[in-house]
Design a protein around this ligand. Sequence first.
Ligand SMILES: Cc1cc2nc3c(=O)[nH]c(=O)nc-3n(C[C@H](O)[C@H](O)[C@H](O)COP(=O)(O)O)c2cc1C
Length: 331
Amino acid sequence: MKLGSLELEGRAFLAPLAGYGDSPFRVLCRRYGAAMVYTEMVSSLGIKFGNAKTFGMLAFEPGEHPVDFQIFGARPAAMVEAAELLAKAGVDAIDINMGCPEPKIVKTGAGSALLRNLPLVDAITSAVVRGTLLPVTVKIRKGFLIDDNVTEEILAICEKNGVAALAIHGSTAVQGRSGSKDWDVIAAAKAKASIPIIANGGVKKAEDAKRFLDYTKADYVMVGRAALGNPWVFEQINDVLGGSVPREPSADERFDVMQEHVDREVALKGDVAGVKEMRKHLAFYFRGLPEATTYRNRINQIKDPHTLKELLDEYRGLCIGTSEEVGHDAR
Ligand SMILES: Cc1cc2nc3c(=O)[nH]c(=O)nc-3n(C[C@H](O)[C@H](O)[C@H](O)COP(=O)(O)O)c2cc1C
């Protein structure tokens, strides 16, 4: 399937996940079948002033492409400059964040504040689309306040300005990360859309993704939290969409991937920062495994990759001894 000029294999995307969606995690999600991976959101000004490079946010591995790099900001000119720099850094698409509810972002007029400022949505999307040859995508929530729904207005602006695809999270900014997800709003947008629609919000397992796509008729599905500690979810979604039974990875495969994730984080961020970064990921990988709390607490005391490897090897032995197949269905 095509998204702008990109030829994609599959229909499930890794959602932008601040604090998680870095290059090591994106590589794993792509390997296990994500059709495209979004980066965590980065400030357009941070890219312009070089901070993103300092923090390793402009590091890409061959195995993670296509990468849709998400930027946030409220100044069209700065967004265009960021898009130009990102194109040179080798990203495959630019995504514009119009859903972040964090007060420190909203008060600058960026993120979900844009849902209440449609003239600025128009200015930013037209400037960025004109300012880059890359496909430009937009990610929104359905509105800002609980009863708001600006989906169709924003869809019309995106279509007019040449945006390549629109991702819709069927909740409002004031709902934050809780609250019900409105599938009907996504279905209604899809029924009118001339550009691909990406359905987002609430997929917990592969079967949910199929139901979501069937119900909304969206072109793609975007998965966030269900991918944490579980990059296999994409392969499972591809299996279910292809009519086959989703494969559960063995305990050995899980631990191989955990160790690879550690190694990649350490290579990118250094021993101390890499190990620290992995604590939160491992907490997700451990969900559903025996004695997860004990091992999570032990991991949190570790500061070097060697000791972390020893502990993961010990835990692998325990998990394999307990059961050959430890599924994430226990979550
Ligand atoms: C830890 C975390 C970080 C997130 N960071 C971003 C972000 O940087 N940009 C963004 O547009 N959405 C972000 N989101 C929202 C997700 O992309 C997604 O819209 C939301 O989690 C709903 O999808 P899900 O139910 O599949 O998780 C974040 C969500 C979580 C849980």
